[in-house]
Design a protein around this ligand. Sequence first.
Ligand SMILES: Nc1ccn([C@@H]2O[C@H](COP(=O)(O)O)[C@@H](O)[C@H]2O)c(=O)n1
Ligand SMILES: C[C@@]1(CO)OP(=O)(O)OP(=O)(O)OC[C@H]1O
Length: 159
Amino acid sequence: MEIRVGQGFDVHALVADRPLILGGVRVPYELGLAGHSDADVLIHAICDALLGAASLGDIGKHFPDTDPRFAGADSRLLLRHCASLLQQEGYRIVNVDSTLICQRPKLAPHIPQMREHLASDLQIPLPAVSVKATTTEQLGFAGRGEGIAAQAICLIRDV
Ligand SMILES: Nc1ccn([C@@H]2O[C@H](COP(=O)(O)O)[C@@H](O)[C@H]2O)c(=O)n1
Ligand SMILES: C[C@@]1(CO)OP(=O)(O)OP(=O)(O)OC[C@H]1O
């Protein structure tokens, strides 16, 4: 049996007049994340972890931010595509763990729904998907509320 790990990291800036979408959940907040797609920083980090685990490159390779097809794209579609690429390569996803690095807003109430979305898109059981949140104690860009970062790690194995 072959098992492989992958890790992903992403950052998007918080700006006015954009929705805040994390893990496919629209989180009520006065600012949202800037990006070519819906800027779902959590899903982008998970996509990179999955692609990295299978040595398939990164999210920018598969979904270039110069491609108008991805303008405003629902990142859940990108995540499902990454999961299907791994399946085609003969891998199955064992588990995903992730952390949102975000000073505001409070994300804990929204994490159960994020996990539901991710488990559904990855077609893995809910207990195999973990989402956590942390502030940076007001330090750095995240602490100043200028942006949100996410990191993710996954384990995959051959079918
Ligand atoms: N945006 C956030 C950040 C954190 N949480 C939750 O609060 C707990 C404490 O965070 P610290 O950064 O002070 O360690 C953390 O464990 C999260 O459960 C949150 O909901 N939203
Ligand atoms: C998702 C893509 C594609 O629309 O755009 P963004 O939403 O800007 O996200 P990013 O994490 O900067 O990079 C991946 C991009 O190719």
